[in-house]
Design a protein around this ligand. Structure first.
Ligand code: ADP
Ligand code: MG
Length: 591
């Protein structure tokens, strides 16, 4: 576990300084009230039985009553006791409320911080993190990490009251109190290792829980595939092994808690019985003093429990705090640096200068030494076999990653120097596997530019040849697309995605195999659409079907991460190289 990551979260403490000081003050007041109330016990005993009367407490209380002009009698003693207790309960209630406020706020603020960081993280981070884990961090760990504040507060409560009780008892009998402290302290030799076990089990529980969550998330995301392959049984079996482990672990955790909860109690009760005898027999302490001593000692029990339980809970939940801290911690993550150059439009070319790119944790380069000029207003097609590096090329253009080597320049400015928000505002993109959010068609199209009118939206949809089929949906533009757009065909999804890209009136339109899921008729329509858009914007189109790109100003053939050929259709055909092979291959398979 990262100590550093815990420190990240504890920065929050600074924000809650006022609340925590308030808690502290209220707790001190509650402890004082309790002390005041308990201080009345011995005088009440002694007044009621008519015995003693020279104990420390009776003398002090007598002095205080005289000062306040109160009559030293049973009713007034009882009244002070009652008032002090009522005040204590009121204050403790306030303190508990405050503790909850702090912990609820901490949970909320941690969730926000974590989510902001998730939004900021580079794409590469998500290639190696399971989404289920991030959901668990948001959900469980934020909850549990926030709760630590409350456990800490309760712990403090227990410590304050314990100290008070020990102080009162030491005024009655110093030696008896010392014995209590020594015996109770010795019992911690057995309990302390349990706290470490709690920490370890808490860490394990988190891991198992993540595993359960991730598995559920993954299964549900692929539910259609699960059913199509009739593999429900194997999923149930795999799920069972995971929840079996969770069941066993939860029993182990509670067993550990049980030991911690109950170990102190019998020790202290046996001690109390022993002390009762010893006090009267060997120390010759008056019976009323012994009685009060025991009453106070019995009060210690629940407080010791409070301390143990909450310290154990802190231990069990610390791994969650560490995890959310690790997510919030910005230091060890490779954020893309934010540039400062503002751009409002694209005036010149986009240049790739000897660009190479390697995915983290991959040996080979996905792109090697790519140099190309994309002229303003031109249409550039990228073709080549699957896995060649076309999507990687597009992602670098969008600055979803920075090149490992080489530079991409826009109007002569290196891409990392430009404000990424400015740059992406100029681009409309249709990804290879476009994602539609679980909302209406209209919301999904407006995602490209939220403040457009309904008419502008329909215009974009018409341009993307999406309007006609959207009109036919049960509720037109207000129809829900379903989770991940499951209710739409691949081609329909891509046309909505195209409308979403076009609505931005981009200066650079990027289509990554946008026609691959379309049938031939609509492919031709899209081709027409691209044709209409030509010259109005720069277009980079990754094409699956080569017929789509015949009239592009430049065709790049990417294979094995390298540009193996580039030029116009006719030139490349005449060259009788890779491009012509690909065209012939496709012509053959299309027949
Ligand atoms: P294309 O779009 O031409 O089919 P890609 O650009 O998607 O090709 O992939 C190029 C190479 O990079 C492939 O070898 C692929 O396995 C690898 N690759 C793609 N995405 C990732 C990723 N997120 N992490 C690691 N390797 C990747
Ligand atoms: Mg691709």
């Amino acid at each position: 576990m990262h100590r550093g990551s815990i420190k990240e979260v504890l920065h929050l403490v600074r924000d809650y300084r006022t609340l925590l000081s308030g808690y502290f003050v209220i707790l001190v007041m509650a402890t004082v009230s309790e002390g005041f109330g308990l201080g009345m016990l011995l005088p009440i005993m002694e007044t009621a039985t008519g015995k003693g009367g020279d104990s420390f407490f009776t003398r002090k209380v007598q002095g205080l009553f005289e000062l306040a002009g109160l009559e030293f009698s049973l009713p007034s003693l009882a009244a002070v006791l009652g008032l002090a207790l009522v005040a204590k309960y009121g204050l403790v209630m306030c303190a508990m409320h405050l503790a909850r406020v702090v912990s609820a706020r901490a949970t909320r603020d941690l969730r926000e911080q974590a989510f902001r960081n998730i939004m900021d993280l580079p794409l590469s981070y998500f290639y190696r993190t399971k989404p289920g884990d991030l959901v668990a961090t948001q959900f469980n760990s934020a909850q549990n990490a926030g709760a630590i504040f409350e456990y800490g507060a309760n712990l403090l409560n227990g410590v304050f009251f314990c100290l008070l009780y020990l102080a009162i008892n030491s005024l009655i009998s110093f030696w008896l109190t010392l014995i209590v402290v020594a015996v109770a302290g010795a019992s911690y030799f057995f309990i302390l290792p349990r706290f470490r076990v709690g920490f370890r089990k808490g860490d394990e529980e988190k891991a198992v829980m993540d595993d359960v969550n991730s598995y559920l998330y993954d299964t549900l995301s692929g539910i259609k595939t699960v059913k199509a392959f009739d593999n429900s049984v194997s999923h149930i079996n795999k799920y069972q092994t995971r929840i079996d482990r969770y069941r066993d672990l939860s029993i182990e955790i509670v067993d550990n808690r049980i030991v911690v909860f109950f170990f102190n109690e019998p020790v202290l009760v046996l001690l109390a019985i022993g002390l009762l005898v010893a006090a009267v027999r060997f120390f010759g302490i008056p019976f009323s003093s012994v009685l009060v001593f025991l009453v106070v000692l019995i009060q210690i029990l629940p407080k010791v429990k409070l301390i143990n339980n909450n310290w154990l809970a802190v231990q069990e939940f610390l791994p969650h705090l560490a995890r959310i801290g690790a997510l919030i911690d910005r230091r060890d993550k490779q954020y893309l640096p934010e540039g400062s150059v503002r751009v409002e439009s694209m005036e010149g070319d986009i240049r790739f200068e000897s660009v190479s790119f390697r995915y983290p944790q991959r040996e080979e380069f996905a792109l090697s030494d790519v140099s190309v000029v994309i002229e303003k207003g031109s249409t550039v097609a990228v073709v080549g076999p699957s896995g060649g590096g076309k999507t990687t090329f597009v992602d670098l253009l969008l600055r979803l990653h920075d090149p490992t080597e080489g530079t991409i320049r826009v109007d002569g400015v290196a891409l990392p120097d430009i404000r990424s928000g400015d740059w992406r505002r100029l681009i409309g993109v249709v990804e290879q596997d476009p994602y539609l959010f679980n909302d209406t068609v209209s919301t999904n199209i407006r995602y490209g530019k939220p403040d457009v009118t309904g008419e502008e939206m329909e215009q974009a949809a018409k341009l993307a040849y999406a309007h006609d089929f959207i009109e036919k949906l049960p509720e037109g533009y207000e129809s829900f697309v379903g989770n991940r757009g499951l209710k739409l065909s691949g081609g329909q999804k891509q046309r909505i995605a195209l409308a979403r890209a076009l609505i931005r009136e981009p200066e650079l339109l990027v289509l990554d195999e946008a026609t691959s899921a379309l049938d031939s008729e609509f492919e031709r329509l899209i081709q027409t659409a691209i044709h209409q858009l030509r010259g109005r914007m720069t277009i980079v189109v990754v094409a699956h079907r080569l017929s789509t790109v015949r009239d592009a100003d430049k065709i790049l053939v990417i294979e094995g991460g390298r540009i193996v050929e580039s030029g116009k259709h006719e030139t490349l055909m005449d060259k009788k190289g890779r491009y012509r092979d690909l065209v012939n291959l496709q012509a053959g398979s299309d027949q």
